[in-house]
Design a protein around this ligand. Structure first.
Ligand SMILES: Cc1ncc(COP(=O)(O)O)c(C=O)c1O
Length: 389
């Protein structure tokens, strides 16, 4: 490579990758043939339900689907999303203007700031959080400010704690409920307060609902159920975790029509939509939502209970998650999140994610993913029981 080559400044300015050392130790353990239990990744271990796979097999035969897809999504897909959204959330959406197909919710979240934010605008992101909100807002030139999530407030941002001058300059607020990594769910009062502020200060809300269908008791709300939200909010939903379809890349955005249109315009300049056969398989998935997703929720419930009971019996401090397939667990006294993760890997061959990887306010926690079978979770608990922290 030419010695003058330099990556763009936006890449050079990315925060340092914190887990190189842990990744190296993990790879080494696997190479050495050790029996590693990976509770680090948020990628379902179970296959996509068979009816969805069969549906794709049928639709892939249709030559009409082999051509470029419409970039905002097939109207049949958007109509199916609107029907499902009304059944699930009791919100009637216009499929023409309030629904947009995405190549995974990450794609939509990543492109959104390019459509909404000008250099110097303020974007508020939670901390800890999925890193895409902050990184891609910075790529769009935004000034990113963090809203700490702490246990005392149920991992909801303290809206009063944000300076009024920041609200005045704020263009976009990212939310993620049910939350990765804290597993918290937002209540109606919180959404209501933020939507009122959005109208008062004229900013938009992007709510990432990628985990909305992985709940344990009460189904979480959509922000669009709150009065006034449909003028200021866009919400991201994904097939990835809901139907074990992470590799398929299918998701959708719903909400304020001009915001949906801005995102569609960015996408029209970057991609050419989701393979139509996948969208039609997605229609069948949504039509069979209840039958297909209830067994998945039951599986995660059993796994959650095994890990929760096991860790609590060992004296770890962990609250039952209301949703998501994670557990957000306080580190043992005196240990940082990285030290805890390193110890679990070195002494028990267990991979977890250090909380600090999601932001500075994630320090003091590690995240366990429930993406291995129950007997492996029990094995992990047994191994942890043999350690002294
Ligand atoms: C909070 C959150 N949002 C969005 C995504 C992206 O999901 P997808 O792009 O597969 O829809 C993930 C994936 O891990 C996530 O954790």
């Amino acid at each position: 490579m030419a010695e003058w080559f330099r990556k763009a400044r936006r890449l050079q300015q990315l925060p340092p990758y914190l887990f190189a050392e842990i990744d190296r130790k993990k790879a080494e353990a696997i190479r050495a043939g050790r029996d590693v239990i990976n509770l680090g990744v948020g990628d379902p271990d179970l296959p996509t339900p068979e009816p969805i796979v069969r549906s794709l097999q049928r639709h892939v035969e249709n030559p009409a689907f082999h051509r470029y897809a419409l970039d905002q999504g097939a109207l049949e897909f958007r109509a199916a999303v609107a029907r499902w959204f009304e059944r699930r959330y009791n919100v009637a959406l216009d499929p023409e203007t309030e629904v947009l197909a995405l190549i995974g919710s990450k794609e939509g979240i990543a492109h959104l700031p390019l459509g909404l934010v000008d250099p110097g605008d303020v974007v508020l992101v939670p901390d800890p959080a999925y890193p895409v909100y902050a990184t891609l807002s910075r790529f769009a030139g935004a000034e990113v400010h963090r809203m700490p999530l702490d246990a005392a407030r149920g991992f909801l941002p303290d809206l009063e704690g944000v300076h009024p001058r920041l609200w005045e300059r704020c263009k976009l607020v990212f939310l993620n409920y049910p939350n990765n990594p804290t597993t918290a769910v937002a209540d109606e009062a919180f959404y209501q307060e933020l939507v009122e502020r959005a109208h008062r200060y004229r900013f938009l809300i992007a709510q990432d609902a990628a985990y909305a269908e992985l709940y344990y008791d009460r189904p979480p709300l959509s922000i669009l159920q709150v009065p006034g939200a449909r003028e200021v909010a866009i919400e991201f939903h994904s097939f990835s975790k809901t139907f074990n379809m992470t590799g398929w890349r299918l998701a959708f955005a719903v909400g304020a029509a001009p915001v949906v249109a801005a995102l569609a315009q960015v996408k029209a300049n970057c991609d050419s939509g989701v393979f139509t056969a996948i969208q039609f398989a997605g229609i069948d998935a949504l039509e069979a939502y209840q039958e297909l997703t209830e067994p998945l929720r039951a599986t995660y419930r059993r796994r959650r209970d095994t890990l929760l009971r096991g860790l609590q019996q060992l004296g770890w401090s962990v609250r039952p998650p209301a949703a998501t397939f994670y557990l957000w667990v306080s580190t043992p006294a005196g240990l940082s999140s990285t030290e805890t993760a390193t110890r679990l890997l070195e002494q028990a061959d267990i991979v977890v994610t250090p909380g600090v990887g999601f932001g500075q306010y994630g320090e003091g926690y590690v995240r366990f993913a429930l993406t291995v079978p129950e007997h492996r979770i029990q094995e992990a608990v047994d191994r942890i029981g043999k350690l002294t922290f």
